[in-house]
Write a protein that binds this ligand. Structure first.
Ligand code: C5P
Length: 231
């Protein structure tokens, strides 16, 4: 089952303390976002890649795309103030298609198997998201005093990719902007339409490069993927 992937890449480096877009930081010899792009370039089911980028970074990003022969990049949309705005700009720019995958450019270690299962599930159910079971005990607290220990058997840590049928995610994105609703992922926009969202179990390797220590984990994951012949 073929799909189009939308990659928001227009963030800043605030939590990374990078003074620039963290996606341009290098892991070994390459900027982070290229590792993400290469996963989709190599997936035969990926028909097109669309990126949301900051206007002032479009040229540098496009130069990397050309240099690393990422031929599936079909276009760019202007990134917005919030991640949700960046994703919506891409969704409005892409031609109608079957399944759309939304994936943070800052998550370079996504596995091919998870992508395939997400696309199949979205085709069958309309909406599917990658997530992993919570490992730690989770508690709620008020002013530092525990009020509740949450049953972690029901808890999932949600990641991207998140996969949807094109009509559903476009409708959800438009409804959110009309209602002034800001979510932290695309699934929330679909949930508010009362459409079920199916979890697809992902891997703990699919971390987002967010804070400086993530670069240390990132290098270790990359090394193990190279050793296992996945890169
Ligand atoms: O900041 P965070 O790591 O949560 O961002 C997740 C992804 O969304 C990153 O790939 C980032 O570049 C992108 N983003 C965006 N537009 C924004 C904020 C974040 O495209 N306004």
């Amino acid at each position: 089952m073929n799909y189009t992937v939308v990659l928001p890449a227009a963030g800043s480096g605030k939590r990374m303390k990078a003074n620039k877009n963290k996606l341009l930081l290098e892991l070994f010899d390459k900027p982070i976002f290229l590792y993400t792009l290469e996963v989709f370039q190599q997936d035969p089911a990926c028909e097109a890649i669309w990126l949301a980028v900051k206007e002032e970074e479009r040229q540098i990003i496009d130069q990397y795309v050309t240099k690393y022969k990422i031929t599936k990049v079909h276009g760019y949309a202007d990134g917005g103030m919030e991640r949700q705005d960046s994703v919506r700009a891409c969704l409005e720019a892409i031609p109608p298609c079957g399944v759309v995958l939304v994936h943070d450019a800052a998550r370079p270690f996504i596995s091919q198997d998870v992508i395939t299962r997400l696309v199949e599930t979205a085709k069958a159910c309309g909406a599917a998201i990658a997530a992993v079971p919570v490992k730690d005990t989770i508690k709620k607290a008020d002013n530092g005093i525990i009020t509740e220990t949450v049953d972690r058997n029901a808890l999932w840590m949600v990641q991207t990719p998140q996969a949807f049928t094109y009509e559903l995610i476009l409708k959800a994105a438009k409804a959110a902007v009309e209602d002034g609703f800001l979510g932290t992922d695309e699934a929330m926009l679909v949930e508010r339409l009362n459409h079920p969202v199916q979890i697809v179990e992902s891997t703990y390797e699919n971390v987002k490069m967010t804070t400086p220590e993530d670069l240390i984990y990132g290098k270790a994951i990359l090394e193990s993927q190279i050793q296992e012949g996945q890169r």
